[in-house]
Design a protein around this ligand. Sequence first.
Ligand code: GDP
Ligand code: ZN
Length: 307
Amino acid sequence: MEKRTEGLVIRVTGKEIWVDAGSETVACLLRGRFRRVKEGRVVAGDRVEISRSPSGGGAIESIRPRRSWLSRYTGGRNAASRVIAANLDLLFLVESLKVPNLSCSFADRVLVSAGHGRVPTQICLNKIDLDPGSEEAESVVRLYGTLGYSVISTSAKTGQGLPQLASLLGKGIYAFVGRSGVGKSSLLNRLVPGLDLSVREVAAGTGRGRHTTAYSQLFALADGYVADTPGMQTFGFPGEDEGELAGCFPEFEDLAATCRFQPCTHSHEPDCAVKEALREGRIAASRHDSYLDMLRELRERKKMRYA
Ligand code: GDP
Ligand code: ZN
């Protein structure tokens, strides 16, 4: 009799899927029809049902629908939208106040990707010790707070905000995303003492030399997991639709219904309620700029495809 078990995908290589089935980790083979699910390939974080062969190996029999997923579009030679991890419970978007200087553009891109994949996001404004109480820090906390995001000012150096962050980590699947040098590994190190080794592995994955189609994997983090996010320094909008992009900007939502043209892309159209709000300062210029950048990229991408 074939034995079936449920498990969590913790690592996907070119050929094999490693599934944590509770008491053991099983190497499963990909069967043709499960190579692709609706959102892309099977990735770390997917919940699967596997069957066991007498030899100890396994095969994926079914994949549970994803609650959330983190994906992004990467340009270049193998341009495509790719899912990085599935079923994330919380994404920590790490920004730094200084060194490197704050980048709302990067933050907005991550927020759009996370929103698109229904991943809840916690913003960490790290290195707050470098300029505490500055107008810049306060305006960022205010801006994203107004948009409905939770923002915590942190310092991996002084420990500020760390108990708050630690209280958010449980048995779930998490991801730490941010530009190189913002302090992701430093925060992880302080949050989970004794994690040194795997943190370094995660950190090693933040740069150079790793292909964008590299393994998708989870590392154990306290009671839960943290998704590896190798080289995630660019975040193109993972969707295809202009309206969907606008939908990832919560402050546009109510206004969009009152634009003269329907649908409106809030870029060139007259009597656009979003642009009106922008002129009146009810929408931040940095946010509208981020939106326009992503809109332009989406259009260029489509033009290339149909050229
Ligand atoms: P990562 O690339 O995002 O993983 O960043 P790292 O954790 O490697 O940190 C990059 C640099 O910033 C290191 O020199 C850290 O010591 C420093 N750093 C990290 N967090 C803080 C912080 O909260 N305050 C200050 N002053 N420096 C920090
Ligand atoms: Zn409009």
